[in-house]
Write a new protein. Sequence first.
Length: 258
Amino acid sequence: MSIAHPSATPPSSADLSALRADLALKRAARGPALDFGLPQMDARLADGGLDGTGLHEIAAASATLSDDAAATLFAAGIAARFAAKATSDVFWAMTAFDLYAPGLEQVGLDPTQIFYAQGHKDSVVLAMAEDALRYGAMACVVAEVKAADMTATRRLQLAASDGQTPMLLYRRHRSRERCPLSLPSSAMTRWRIGCLASQRLSWPGVGRPRWQVELVRQRNGDPFSLELEACDAKGRLALPAAIADRATARERAASHAA
């Protein structure tokens, strides 16, 4: 990824106008919310999806590597769909660079679409994320931290609103005994992601991974939990086939009864 060097010549008023117009178009393309494309989820979300101008928090169900990977890919899948919707890049900040590019690509997030930023401590990562949000040109901002107090999350929420940019805050475990989402936050939604056994196949091999996706808290809505198949190559979640078949059968029965 190339880095543009600042020009010695200040931008003209025409350049600034063109930049403002481009930012306005990108913001308008995001729309009010990003739905999951699953009625079982979207109908339970107060905004019908994820607010594109708000802070959303994600945590792993446990401190295990498998749950950590699932939570990371859940965030990456959302970021991929925000990027596809806005046709723009993703800003991802962290203290330790441990992202696996092929894994991100498997859930629809092209590594060349990511601006990586690394800070030596959480406060630096949060400050970079806030600046990226206020810049307003990113499709989505992702930050990984172990600590973010109420003031920090309030600042991120305000910056997301000002920059009209969605913010995904991945709260990593500080200890194995305490869930990161037990701390107060200004986030609009708070998600906890854990791994489940994949569906058994009728032939040797491994089925599509499954996650327990739990919405712990949301503004103006109730929490819920769903068993879902992991993100596909476009960042989309899916109901396991057996559950989807049962839901379809119930819908048919209800329509016949009516």
